[in-house]
Design a protein around this ligand. Structure first.
Ligand code: MSP
Length: 512
């Protein structure tokens, strides 16, 4: 039976346009989605926008000037989130993400699901009214305590949190504390990477308590079912996108097919919401828990936090115009081990572009294809690709093993390193055989396995650098039907036919 694979990114706040940090989570999810499609899985890949947050409303209303923006506050904010969400969707389209869905939390299907969910939790007896007295950071859209602050300010947003004293609805999260700890203990893959697991366990043990899930003073947000004088706390609505996108409350068949999610990819900043609040909510509603939450690290730009005020929030579309989307995807996943923090620098991107792409894979492809054309190498059914014990064949088999294991463990940088290692072996093989000195059949016998090697490289690159993979396939003359074959077939050495046709350079060298 066909396996399903449901993967999500965080849904993004629309108080600003996307920056390279947001692209990072989405690229990683896109790679996994493509990889699972290659394996023949029924993939559902969801991303989207988180629109009911207070900070979105604040920006929308701040931008309202003179008569230019007519209407009530709600109308102004709605128009703002419509415009911004469209910008996010357009950017994601320009970057070529293969998401199957783009969910917006202001959509009717989401609001319907949130209502159904709230009622289920209420029926469980897990919602009660109480007084919330405490601090709230709008930047984080989170309740904070004194110990989270530095000099009275949120360490992330450098702003004093607001003091709240409100009669709110509370979610009885504490009831699920032990169940959560037991689940994490018996499902170590639930929180990944492992280094985050302990952080979550300590958090649940010592800080996880009942949660205020509504706000009285706000007019923007989803009204609390049965009490429109309050709106739902944004996380209690946003997390539900993972269920509502696959039909919770609106399309039970679809929900049954895809839920639970196979993995939620998130940044480390929001892991507590995903590994404590979210599973507690699901336990209360009697729904299965996601299989895994993977938290990647944060990166800085030239050593500094990405921030609008510092003016370093690189526009992903500009970056892609200069380097190509595949180079950016490659760099993001190759440079920083997924799960760790790292630094993004344009100088490093340029370096890697020239070394790994222009001189590396790009050069190897051009070299092999040029020689294959020159010697009119056509390989039918792999008869000339070197036989059972060929050095490159053995190396390719090893590379498949390392690559697959690395991707399954979210070690994209290791998967890519293995591919580049293989490509270095191909260069070494050319040198060793002194290919440029060979003639006739001798040359053909050396070039044919290199064509086969390039075909394998293209398969490995496909999830990470889809356009590059296609361009290599084009130059090798691999037919469309073959590109769609199963991974089992693709992995076989000497199983393809080539009709080589040199194309343009994959990665022209950049000088500035
Ligand atoms: N709306 C919430 C998530 C709700 S999910 C139910 C949110 N949105 S966000 O717009 O602030 O973006 C969140 C995600 O963007 C982070 O979790 C992370 O995945 C990604 N990143 C934002 N800045 C980043 C870096 N500087 N580095 C790496 N990832 C970054 O939180």
């Amino acid at each position: 039976m066909q396996k399903k694979f449901y993967i999500t990114t965080p849904i993004y706040y629309v108080n600003d346009v996307p920056h390279i940090g947001h692209v990072y989570s989405t690229v990683a999810a896109d790679v996994l989605a493509r990889w699972h499609r290659m394996q023949g899985d029924a993939v559902y890949f969801v991303t989207g926008t988180d629109e009911n947050a207070q900070k979105n409303a604040e920006v929308a209303l701040r931008q309202r000037t003179g008569d230019s923006v007519q209407g009530t506050d709600r109308e102004v904010v709605q128009r703002y989130v419509d415009t911004m969400s469209a910008k996010w969707q357009m950017t994601w389209d320009e970057l070529g993400f293969s998401n199957d869905d783009f969910i917006r939390t202001t959509e009717a299907r989401h609001i319907a699901g949130v209502n159904t969910f709230f009622i289920a939790v209420q029926k469980r007896g897990d919602i009660y009214k109480g007084k919330y007295v405490g601090l709230y950071c709008t930047g984080c859209e989170a309740y904070v305590v004194e110990s989270d602050l530095v000099d009275g300010k949120c360490s992330l947003h450098k702003k004093e949190p607001k003091k709240l004293e409100e009669e709110n609805y509370f979610f009885r999260a504490s009831k699920y504390k032990q169940q959560l700890l037991d689940h994490i203990a018996s499902h170590p893959e639930f929180v990944e990477p492992q280094s985050r697991r302990n952080e979550i366990i300590q958090y649940i043990k010592h800080h996880f308590d009942d949660f205020s899930i509504s706000r009285t003073a706000l007019s923007w947000g989803i009204p609390v079912p049965g009490d429109p004088s309050q709106v739902l706390y944004v996380w209690f609505d946003a997390l539900l996108n993972y269920c509502t996108a696959v039909g919770y409350g609106t399309d039970e068949m679809k929900f049954k097919k895809f839920w639970p999610a196979d993995v939620h990819l998130v940044g480390k900043d929001i892991i507590k919401f995903h590994c404590a609040l979210w599973p507690a909510m699901l336990l209360s509603a009697g729904l299965p828990l996601p299989k895994a939450v993977f938290a990647h690290g944060f990166f800085t730009i030239n050593g500094q936090k990405i921030s609008k005020s510092l003016g370093n929030a690189i526009d992903p579309v500009d970056l892609v115009k200069k380097y190509s989307i595949d180079a950016v995807r490659y760099f993001l996943l190759r440079e920083i081990p997924f799960g760790e923090d790292g630094d993004f620098s344009l100088a490093r991107l340029q370096e890697r572009y020239n070394a790994d792409l222009a001189n590396g894979i790009g050069n190897l492809t051009a070299r092999v294809v040029t020689l294959a054309e020159k010697f009119k190498v056509s390989v039918k059914g792999g008869s000339a690709s070197g036989g059972e014990r060929h050095l490159l064949r053995e190396k390719a088999q090893d590379t498949w093993r390392v690559y697959e294991k690395a991707i399954a463990e979210y070690r994209f940088h290791d998967a890519l390193a293995a591919v580049w290692d293989f490509s270095t072996s191909c260069d070494g093989y050319i040198e060793e055989k002194k290919l440029w000195t060979l003639k006739g059949d001798e040359a053909v016998a050396v070039i044919a396995p290199l064509l086969e090697a390039l075909r394998h490289i293209a398969w490995w690159l496909w999830p990470v650098m889809p356009t590059t993979a296609e361009r290599i396939f084009d130059q090798l003359g691999i037919l469309d039907a073959v590109r769609k074959q199963s991974l089992q077939e693709a992995k076989k050495w000497g199983n393809a036919q080539f009709a080589v046709k040199k194309g343009q350079s994959l990665f022209p060298r950049l000088t500035s």
